[in-house]
Design a protein. Structure first.
Lengths: 418, 1027
């Protein structure tokens, strides 16, 4: 390392340029480098390395805290890429032009050193970056183009309103035209010689008061009003204590849309308890600091963002951040995240909604017992590869229907209440 | 029909059909419930309030309160909210010892369980150990150091104490037995640093007699290891080895090994007990003989002579005494030489010398009396302590340090100590609370609770264990050993001291592990460490002089004393009284008397008859007991089996500065003890008078609550001989007449039955192993957040325990008339039956609930859903086992119950609650849930790991706590589970299991509620059924 550093720190721009030239020359030779293979093994190994070490700041096809990485083996020399991954700061301090440019471009964000990675690891990582998860690209595209997704899903809601408005307008016009026709026709008929009976018929006035006083009208109106009142009352009673849509202001303006949506940080990175126990865990300040030691502001702005400063303050004052609890299950209900996420394989979004799109977290589901039970009635059990369910699957195979949560006692009281 | 059956009775009032008893027998709860306990609100007020509160609640509901979610600032790596952690550590209080595993949640210890790796306690615990977790959150604990009653800081205290200690001459360090080698060495360091202080060790309930006898008989001062598991014949003279004597958990574990019986192994030990009070151990004996305390020494001497004649030994001069069953005991002991054991609870060294001689004669020394691994549970020296008190009273002591002991309360000369303490130059105490002793000293340096401390233990030669903190200290306390190190001028802390000492001794003495950190971590993880090999072999030298001991015994004991004799005993729950401020222990019914929250005088039935005294339910009268000039008033409880002419009083009561739970209950029996013969004598043979007074008193006993209305066959028992001939002996097979023939009740059912496709949970309770100790009841209380209701509510029959232990006495079967049946036997047989929700497959409670708050699930459990319950109590009315408990009050956050239900009424106390179990509200029914939270957690763990549930990984709190493994829980659908094998279930699919084990029966089988809990018949190792 020291030799490399002394070599590279020769303050001759020319030699650096020459070096770069040679490096670029080398691209053609390296592009076909078999060390970056597209074998599945390499990609799988690379994926887990990437998720563990890079995912927090990088995505393959989208700019995050750091640049989008796919194609890096074509853009850069592989050796250089490896050196950058291993210790980018060393390269930057050595004055490597590309590295310094990158560092500036990304707001002087320090990428931690990964000197623990072996050469094989690096190859696997690059394999994944180059060939892995092309679906990732589409997912990212969807994530970025929310409107696009809605367009494919049918007519967007704004258009629907416009169409409805136009329809109402057309109907109103027809009504006016019809009214005009009637008045024209009446005028015309009044000019014609007609007998008394016909005249009366033509000029009759509707007695609105009589209509209002008719029993039928009163009955209908009363029934409708009563029905509405009862419905509102019932709805109101059912929603007592239901806080669907609850989106309180949090002490830190933390955005899931930014972290989970744009940066695709996996939920479990912060919510560490979700696979091991009942509680998903609101991340402690030290988890925030894993990234925010390096990232102190958004989009390369200078100084520290006031929101991020609150995390620093919490750590310095040893005062926990008092988040406002959004999802409040009553104490009498026992809910276990690991049961649903690990055993059931339920996605976070199933209950929490499109969390990766929420600037401020809101309670997506009603969290009522009826809502739980409905899901337990419909959800098929994730029995694949789980020996625990073997006997149940075998016994249930006699019946035609699929094995749902309700079939194995998922509606029983003591599943959740004890 | 009746002629061959015994009469079972729970209390004398049942036997005599007392009118008060009959009136209440068919009611689970007494008439006209008082509602005073919640500020005098009447039912009508409640309804008025209800209307308003519904309106208020709906308004309030519009704006839900903001709830915070506060994460850690720095989350510790190994603490995950909602995921429990377990730490192996050690419980020790004086010489009481248990290796334990502590369950912590979010850094709070919430449950204590036994450590199965320990070769001593073997995974067992008792009620006191179970309950000890609550004392961590005791409001009475000191929050920081004190000087002369004023709060101070540690450096001020250290300066003052160090200066004063250096100035003082003739310093004494007073302690109870210490079984921690490092603590002993720290104390020695301190003693040397202050110029040679004496360390005085005493025990509130001392075994000085045994220590002295081993010294004079074998030339070795120490306790042997008693091996009840190796003994085929056990003879105990007043030693309550299953309840309170020396190491009861270990002994119960061992004892139960000899009491397990099956068709493959139809053998069990035979147990003789000779005692004055009815103890837990006596209640479990096959042959129990009540003897007067004044005869106890002579009885042992007589046994020695009987054996000496058989073995060619030299009989000694002995006053003749007539003791039933003694001859038989001698015969059987002789037949089982080397496989028998004689123990005595006496503290008289002469008696213990004879006991040693008997065990020697029988060849038991080295077999059942194992000196190769001597135990260190008791080291107290009565003579030294006596001398110390005399010195103190005479002003010859310059300074005194009390290390976690309370002699002002628990020494018979406590009053003298209290009087002399203010005149001592410097007095220091390390007690956790400001108890009777600590409140009289100048400097209090409060110790950590044991769950906050580091320590090591050496309970037996070659056996070690560690204690580690399971929580950051709650208060500004400091471990006493650290205080001692500071005062002796050492710069090291106790944790380092401990490690250094282990590095030098135990680590150096082994070769398996080369890295000390690894050795330390492994030991810490296991909690225990055994030195390989046979431990230290103790050289036993010479034979003591039996003749001299016999002469002493002849002088001090009489065969025909007419005096009233007082025998002071320990209660299983309260022990020496150190933990008296624990409401779980106070409310635990005494195993034998079934009394809660009280101290009383036990008298024999004959004494009661002579004094024309009858008691029914809790209505008792007070008696004035005078012991050598000291006079007290105590309620009188008639105790069948009490030796006539003796009375019993338990120690552990009469606390004045224990805290608001224990203060003012009963009297301090330590003051009544006698030390005229050089040792603390728990048998007071002269100078005792008892007079009845006319003062009334209520004793809260649970014994007659929840009776079975004289239904028979709740208890099914047989003798060993009968069992060997027919394994189904004692069983009752009810038959019901239906469609022209008699059929089993299970053949007739209204119901279609359930289908249990995955699990079918069940429980088997072996009444032969159950010793009735009550560890399960406390374990259940801890695990399930069961409320403590206090004495008044127990009197109202509203105790909340989910599992109770029914204690039945049985009379002689030979009674010929009904009148005779009503005469209680002076010495009845006793059966213990743990009773909990039977989780019936045809549950009568489930079908009567109007709101389906109780229902059956697909795994065989009867579920109770509190948030549905509207409190009609139909279910309790319809439960044939009377195991449903109703919340008459809001027991949590209610100032009226704050004094007793401490675990649910203050922020500190609430830290002990199990976060996985709901704290029930007023007006709902509750009952055993079969620890459904443990079942759910176990299933989830299996599912997460993609595997089946392993038998044994899910276990009930009661079953885990049981020191005799009498309760076995498991999945009856699992063909390989222990319970399936025990019950010999062949068809494992249908809900109603075909059980082929002959001893297994359902309580009240005739009503075919089809419980999922089986009981195994009680087998007595007796020749014939005799009471």
């Amino acid at each position: 390392m020291s030799i490399k550093r002394s070599l590279l720190s020769v303050p001759l721009r020319l030699s650096n340029l020459a070096l770069l030239f040679f490096l670029f020359m080398g691209i053609n030779a390296y592009a076909a480098d078999p060390s970056v293979s597209d074998s599945d093994d390499a990609i799988t190994a690379g994926r887990s390395l990437f998720n563990a070490n890079c995912r927090a700041c990088h995505a393959l096809d989208r700019r995050g805290v750091g640049p989008a990485l796919r194609g890096v083996t074509e853009r850069r020399d592989i050796d250089w890429a490896k050196r950058f991954i291993l210790n980018s700061q060393a390269l930057i301090q050595a004055g490597d032009a590309t590295a310094v440019a990158l560092f500036k471009e990304y707001g002087n964000t320090v990428m931690p050193a990964h000197t623990f990675l072996s050469d094989d690891d690096l190859n696997n990582l690059l394999s994944y970056i180059e060939y892995g998860d092309t679906a990732d690209a589409s997912a990212a595209a969807v994530g970025e183009g929310v409107e696009g997704e809605q367009a494919t899903g049918g007519i967007p809601s704004e258009y629907l309103t416009i169409i409805l408005g136009v329809l109402v307008l057309v109907l109103l016009l027809i009504l006016i035209v019809l009214g005009l026709i009637i008045s024209v026709l009446t005028k015309y008929l009044n000019k014609q010689p007609l007998d008394q009976e016909d005249k009366e018929f033509i000029n009759q006035k509707t007695d609105i008061k009589a209509v209002f006083k008719s029993d039928a009208f009163i009955l209908i109106v009363t029934t409708i009003v009563l029905a509405l009142v009862v419905k509102t009352a019932i709805d109101g009673l059912y929603s007592v204590g239901v806080q669907q849509g609850y989106a309180p202001t949090q002490p830190i303006a933390y955005s899931h849309e930014l972290h989970a949506g744009q940066y695709e940080i996996p939920c479990q990175y912060c919510h560490t308890g979700v696979e091991i126990g009942r509680s998903a865990n609101i991340p402690s300040a030290n988890i925030c600091m894993n990234c925010h030691t390096h990232i102190q502001n958004v989009d390369g702005q200078e100084g520290m963002s006031p929101e991020i400063a609150k995390i620093y303050a919490a750590i310095e004052n040893d005062q926990p951040i008092e988040w406002v609890r959004v999802h409040n299950l009553p104490d009498l209900a026992y809910f276990d995240h690991s049961q649903h996420v690990v055993v059931g394989g339920v996605a976070c979004q199933t209950c929490h909604g499109p969390i990766e799109e929420m600037e401020v977290v809101r309670q997506h589901s009603s969290l009522t017992m009826g809502w739980c039970i409905d899901c337990h009635r419909q959800t098929e059990i994730n029995t694949a590869g789980n020996q625990y369910y073997d006997k149940l699957v075998q016994l249930h195979s006699e019946t035609k229907s699929s094995l749902r949560v309700k079939d194995i006692g998922g509606l029983e009281c003591a599943k959740c209440h004890y | 029909m009746k002629e061959n059956k015994k009469t079972y009775w729970k209390g004398l009032e049942q036997l005599t059909n007392d009118p008060e008893f009959v009136k209440n027998a068919d009611r689970e709860f007494p008439e006209a419930p008082t509602v005073s306990a919640e500020g005098g609100a009447s039912r009508r007020d409640f309804l008025k309030m209800m209307g308003f509160s519904i309106a208020a609640a709906s308004l309030a509901a519009c704006e839900a309160p903001v709830r915070k979610a506060i994460p850690y600032v720095n989350k510790p790596v190994d603490v995950n909210p909602s995921v429990p952690n377990y730490y192996a550590t050690t419980y020790s209080s004086g010489g009481d010892y248990a290796s334990i595993v502590v369950k912590t949640r979010e850094g709070r210890p919430i449950k204590v369980e036994g450590n199965k790796l320990s070769s001593i306690t073997q995974g067992g615990v008792n009620a006191i150990v179970e309950a000890s977790v609550l004392s961590l959150y005791d409001k009475q604990r000191l929050t920081g150091p004190m000087i002369n009653g004023e709060a101070t800081d540690w450096s001020t205290l250290d300066n003052a104490v160090s200066t004063a200690l250096n100035r003082a001459n003739n310093i004494k360090i007073v302690t109870n037995t210490i079984i921690s080698p490092s603590t002993e060495s720290v104390l020695e360091d301190l003693a040397n640093a202050v110029g040679g202080a004496d360390i005085i060790t005493y025990d509130p309930v001392s075994t000085f007699g045994i220590l002295q006898a081993s010294e004079s008989f074998y030339g070795f001062s120490g306790l042997p290891t008693y091996r009840f598991d190796r003994a085929n014949v056990i003879v105990s003279f007043g030693a309550d080895f299953l309840g309170t004597w020396i190491s009861p958990i270990e002994f119960a574990k061992h004892y139960s090994k000899g009491r397990k019986i099956s068709t493959e192994n139809p053998n069990m030990s035979r147990h003789f007990q000779f005692e004055s009070n009815m103890s837990l151990t006596g209640a479990n004996a096959d042959y129990r003989t009540p003897i007067k305390a004044s005869q106890s020494g002579l009885a042992i001497l007589a046994l020695y002579n009987l054996l000496a004649r058989r073995g060619g030994g030299t009989p000694v001069q002995a006053t003749t005494v007539e003791i039933p069953n003694l001859e038989r005991a001698a015969d059987e002991l002789w037949a089982a030489r080397g496989r028998s054991l004689v123990v005595s609870g006496s503290n008289d060294p002469n008696v213990q010398v004879v006991v040693n001689a008997i065990n020697d004669l029988l060849g038991n020394t080295g077999e059942t009396v194992d000196f190769s691994r001597p135990s260190y549970f008791r080291k107290g020296n009565d003579v030294q302590m006596n001398q110390f008190v005399s010195d103190l009273a005479a002003g010859r002591v310059g300074g005194v340090i009390f290390y976690n002991c309370n002699p002002v309360y628990d020494h018979l000369r406590g009053a003298e100590i209290a009087e002399a303490l203010p005149n001592v130059g410097i007095s220091v105490a390390t007690n956790e609370t400001l108890n009777e002793t600590a409140s009289l000293v100048q400097y209090v340096a409060p110790d950590h609770h044991y769950l906050e401390s580091w320590n090591d233990f050496n309970p037996k030669a070659g056996e070690y264990s560690l204690a580690q903190p399971t929580i950051t200290p709650l208060f500004n306390t400091r471990q006493a050993q650290d205080s001692f190190l500071v005062w002796s001028g050492s710069a090291t802390n106790y944790y380092e001291y401990l490690q250094t000492s282990w590095r030098n001794t135990l680590f150096g003495g082994q070769t398996d592990v080369t890295d000390f950190t690894e050795f330390w971590d492994r030991t810490l993880y296991n909690g225990v460490y055994s030195v390989a090999g046979n431990g230290s072999i103790v050289e036993l030298s010479g034979m003591g002089n039996v003749g001299q001991a016999a002469a002493e015994i002849n002088r001090n004991y009489t065969a025909d004393s007419t005096n009233v004799e007082l025998v002071v005993y320990q209660k299983v729950g309260i022990g020496t009284g150190v933990h008296a401020n624990n409401p779980w222990l106070q409310e635990m019914p005494d195993p034998v008397t079934k009394a809660t929250w009280d101290n009383y005088l036990t008298v024999s039935q004959r004494w009661a008859a002579d004094n024309n005294y009858r008691m029914f339910e809790g209505d008792a009268k007070m008696a004035r007991i005078t012991v050598n000039g000291k006079s007290f008033l105590l309620p009188v409880v008639v105790q069948p089996g009490q030796a006539n002419g003796t009375v019993g009083i338990a120690v552990g009561y009469g606390r004045t500065k224990a805290g608001r739970v224990a203060d003012g209950i009963g009297i301090n029996a330590y003051e009544l003890l006698d030390n005229s013969r050089g040792f603390t004598n728990f048998e007071v043979l002269t100078g005792v008078t008892v007079e009845m007074t006319s003062d009334s008193y209520k004793v809260a006993r649970t014994q007659t609550h929840e009776t079975y209305m004289r239904r028979e066959f709740v208890i099914q028992e047989a003798t060993l001989g009968e069992y060997r001939e027919n394994p189904a002996a004692g069983r009752y097979f009810p038959e019901i007449y239906s469609e022209g023939e008699f059929v089993k009740p299970s053949k007739i059912s209204l119901w279609n039955g359930h289908k249990y496709s995955q699990h079918h949970w069940g429980m088997a309770i072996d009444m032969n192993s159950c010793i009735g100790c009550g560890a399960c009841t406390v374990a259940c209380q801890v695990e399930n957040n069961v409320a403590v209701v206090g004495k008044e509510e127990v009197l109202n029959r509203r105790e909340m325990a989910w599992i109770r232990i029914d204690r039945y006495y049985s009379s002689d079967q030979s009674a010929e008339s009904y009148k005779e049946l009503e005469v209680a036997s002076d010495n009845p047989e006793v059966v213990f039956q743990p009773m909990l929700c039977q989780h019936c497959n045809n549950a009568p409670c489930e079908s009567v609930c109007p709101v389906i708050a109780t229902s059956h699930n697909s795994e065989g459990l009867s579920q109770m859903t509190y948030n549905r319950c509207i409190g009609t109590r139909y279910c309790a009315n319809n439960c044939p086992y009377k195991v449903r408990r109703f919340n008459w009050f809001k027991y949590h956050d209610n100032k009226d119950f704050a004094a007793v239900n401490v675990a649910q009424n203050s922020d500190l106390g609430k830290m002990v609650l199990n976060p996985d179990v709901t704290v029930r509200a007023r007006g709902v029914m509750e009952k055993c849930s079969m620890c459904v939270q443990r079942i759910q957690a176990g299933k989830l763990a299996a599912k997460r790991e993609n595997r089946k549930v392993i038998d044994g990984e899910i276990d009930m709190a009661c079953a885990v706590a049981c020191p005799t493994d009498a309760i076995v829980f498991g999945d009856m659908n699992d063909t390989n589970s222990q319970i399936t094998k025990m019950l010999k279930i062949q068809d494992s699919i249908s809900a109603t299991k075909e059980v082929n084990e002959e001893r297994a029966y359902h309580v009240l089988e005739e009503i075919n509620v089809s419980p999922n809990i089986w009981y195994f018949t009680k087998i007595r190792n007796k020749d014939k059924n005799e009471a």
